[in-house]
Design a protein around this ligand. Structure first.
Ligand code: NAD
Length: 508
């Protein structure tokens, strides 16, 4: 495999790095990386030991002292170079994302493009870490605010976006002056090492110290070291709601900061007044793209009763034609699920929804014939359901689309919001009043709300994240950078008197 060699990840890899240097000689435990395409082992990666973890943290603390004093636009220039290196490696890295995670190659490339886009965004941001100036109530006083870096930024990421989520955090945090400790998913450890190898080239070219971009590898235990570590003031964690609850509890216990990007239960409302063909295509991409394993995947479809049957039939037609198979093949639109556990979870959810009374309209089968037999392939499923069934209330990380009927808009919005998660949402309508109602304060309660655009596939320019059990964090564009910095309010007295605020007299 040429791309494995080009990315420097053949054989046994160290999963611990402080930049250019890879530690890991002491590690006995290894994680084997398998491709979900045919379940063969790609390579393996050493798990970070406690001693190596301590070394990484110590090195990061030292690097922070230097990195925070480099002017932000100069830090931006390092991120610009990382973006350029990613451009050079886009095809190899995109291929690896597909090989290790299972999303189709177009989506693998898209993920790397997202990294490049956020680098570009961060370069601009490095000149725009704006603080406000405010008039002081005291004569010859000046008040303003500045934004300073926090220090060590812990980034814990999930398997389904094995490289992009890291860069949303790391590139913004880096221009803000922080140093990064990244723990990717134990299901996609090679992606982390490949990204680290790419960044290391830029660190080397610029003679930067060890400790700015750090990588650790392991499962929950290594994540717990990070969330309980007082030396890491901010933990940005992406993953399941279960994980988010645990991280939130631990970090709050030490009064640290968190950015939580957790599960979604995203819905599209389809009005009777809609471009049905456009809606159907957007629904298909949202529901089956990445084999239903995006945090923003479309899981619930809330359809006006008058078009329910027509849309259902059209979706079945589309689903019938979707090529499922090796995600590296150009024609494939749906690749495998990440592992057997994910397949089992899907089957269990389908059993449950049918026990509740749902009708399996299409799909749901495990594909185990011919070349698909070795991988984790399923046929995406369409099921009729009621919104309040327990299984519909949960995020099943699989390509299951629940069809739910509504009669009027108020009912649709109530159904839409009546789940515990609040990540992405959408309405397909050509009716201005409906569209604006959906986007208004009495409309969608999600962090992302779209009109005539599906729930998945966000651009990096907006702040990304969700409400309720999705965790409330925001990453990527807009002013998400503020979460990686501490605000300091400064008052300067350039008079020869000492007036107190609020006119208080204190004559000593
Ligand atoms: P997961 O929760 O199993 O694991 C995510 C990461 O957390 C991994 O790196 C894991 O090792 C680590 N982890 C697990 N338990 C931990 C603990 N107690 N303390 C510290 N770290 C811990 O999630 P997954 O299966 O990899 O990913 C799928 C989930 O991620 C879905 O729920 C999906 O919606 C969510 N997700 C959310 C977003 C978002 O932006 N909102 C983006 C991608 C994925």
């Amino acid at each position: 495999m040429d791309f494995l060699r080009k990315l420097g990840i053949e054989g046994t890899n160290s999963g611990t790095s402080t930049g250019q240097e890879f530690l890991g000689s002491g590690a006995k435990e290894k994680i084997a990386s398998y491709t979900p395409i045919d379940n063969t082992q790609i390579a393996d990666v050493t798990v970070t030991t406690r001693e190596e973890y301590e070394q990484v943290i110590g090195t990061a603390q030292e690097a922070f002292k230097e990195w925070r004093m480099i002017p932000a636009p100069k830090r931006g220039d390092i991120v610009r170079q990382i973006g350029d290196k990613l451009r050079e490696h886009k095809e190899y890295l995109g291929r690896l994302v597909t090989y290790e995670m299972g999303k189709i190659y177009q989506e693998g490339l898209g993920e790397v493009q997202e990294m490049i886009d956020i680098c570009d965004f961060a370069v601009g941001q490095s000149r725009m870490l704006y603080g406000k100036t405010m008039p002081s109530e005291r004569p010859r006083h000046r008040m303003y605010e500045q934004w300073h870096p926090l220090g060590l930024t812990g980034i814990i990421s999930a398997f389904n976006f094995p490289v992009a989520v890291y860069s949303w955090n790391a590139m913004i945090a880096a221009v803000a002056g922080n140093v990064m400790i990244w723990k990717g998913s134990e299901k996609t450890p090679l992606c982390g090492i490949a990204v680290q190898n790419i960044i290391a080239k830029v660190l080397k070219q610029n003679n930067l110290p060890e400790g700015i971009f750090n990588l650790v590898t392991g499962g929950r235990e290594v994540g717990e070291w990070m969330s309980s570590d007082e030396r890491i003031p901010l933990i940005s964690a992406t993953g399941s709601i279960r994980m988010g609850r645990e991280v939130a509890r631990t970090v709050a216990g030490r009064l640290g900061k968190t950015i939580l990007e957790l599960g979604g239960n995203n819905a599209i409302i389809v009005s009777r007044d809609t471009d049905l063909e456009m809606a159907a295509r957007a629904i298909a991409f949202g529901a089956v793209g990445t084999c239903g394993q995006r945090c923003t995947s479309t899981r619930r479809l809330i359809i006006h009763e008058e078009i329910f049957d027509t849309l259902k039939e059209r979706l079945v037609e589309i689903y019938r034609d979707i090529p499922i198979g090796n995600p590296l093949d150009n024609d494939t639109l749906v690749g495998p699920m990440i592992d057997q556990q994910a397949v089992d979870n899907m089957q269990q959810a389908l059993d449950e929804v049918q026990k509740e009374g749902g009708e399996l309209v299409y799909g749901g089968q495990v594909l185990d014939k011919n070349q698909l037999a070795e991988g984790h392939y399923v046929r995406p499923a369409i099921v009729t359901a009621q919104n309040d069934w327990d299984i519909v209330q949960e995020e099943t990380f699989a390509p299951i689309l629940y069809l739910i009927q509504y009669t009027d808009l108020d009912e649709a919005i109530t159904l839409h919001n009546d789940v515990r998660q609040g990540l992405s949402s959408s309405m397909f309508t050509l009716n201005l009043r409906e569209a604006e109602t959906f986007l208004s304060a009495r409309g969608s309660d999600c962090g992302i709300a779209n009109i005539n655009v599906g729930t998945s596939g966000a651009e990096i320019g907006g702040a990304f994240g969700g409400e309720k059990e999705t965790g409330g964090g925001r990453e990527s564009g807009s002013d998400a950078w503020k979460a990686y910095m501490r605000r300091q309010t400064n008052t300067i007295n350039w008079s020869d008197e000492l007036p107190l605020a609020q006119g208080i007299e204190f004559n000593v």
